[in-house]
Design a binder for this molecule. Structure first.
Ligand code: NI
Length: 177
């Protein structure tokens, strides 16, 4: 319905506790549409509601990453829970729309399983591997107030803060989650 500005760190709204969604009603569907529009506008792979300053417990992920056709609607994850993670890890650079042009090496499980409610109100489970698992765990982190800067030491965190203060909303084609 609308492209909304993405909340950029260190905005405190990114640290708000997220609130469970009781019913999938018209206002939740409107939020979904705003998340989708804003994610596509920024070339993101996923976006959590807190990144639009909305504390409802929901994120979206673009369909190709989930192995669906590009023309499918993005997946909605309402009240998600991580129910399984693999012992096998992956370690690579990660970006985030709330940290423009910042990349941080983050170690994450190679595979995960998530349970969530979809836009149709039905509970589903989905397994992700590699970049899809990384994206699911990254978006889920958002809902618990956890951010990229929580994976780095104080020096790098300071550097990132300086960089974002200088940042001028330049659009890139980088992979940001
Ligand atoms: Ni993010």
């Amino acid at each position: 319905m609308a492209v909304r500005p993405v909340v950029i760190w260190p905005d405190e709204r990114l640290r708000q506790p997220s609130v469970a969604i009781a019913t999938v009603d018209a206002s939740v569907r409107a939020l979904y549409q705003d998340l989708v529009d804003s994610m596509y506008a920024e070339n993101g792979l996923g976006m959590a509601a807190l990144q639009l300053g909305d504390a409802r417990r929901m994120f979206v992920v673009e369909p190709k990453l989930a192995g669906r056709p590009e023309t499918d609607p993005p997946l909605a994850f309402i009240n998600p829970e991580v129910i399984e993670t693999s012992e096998e890890q992956q370690d690579s650079e990660e970006g985030c729309l709330s940290f423009p042009d910042v990349y941080v090496k983050v170690k994450r499980p190679m595979r995960c399983k998530i349970r969530a409610t979809g836009l149709d109100g039905a509970v589903f489970e989905i397994e992700g591997e590699a970049l899809f698992a990384r994206c699911l765990l990254h978006e889920n982190d958002h809902l618990t107030g956890k951010l990229l800067v929580d994976y780095v030491g104080p020096l790098k965190r300071q550097m990132i803060k300086k960089k974002l203060q200088k940042h001028k909303a330049a659009d890139g084609d980088e992979v940001e989650l």
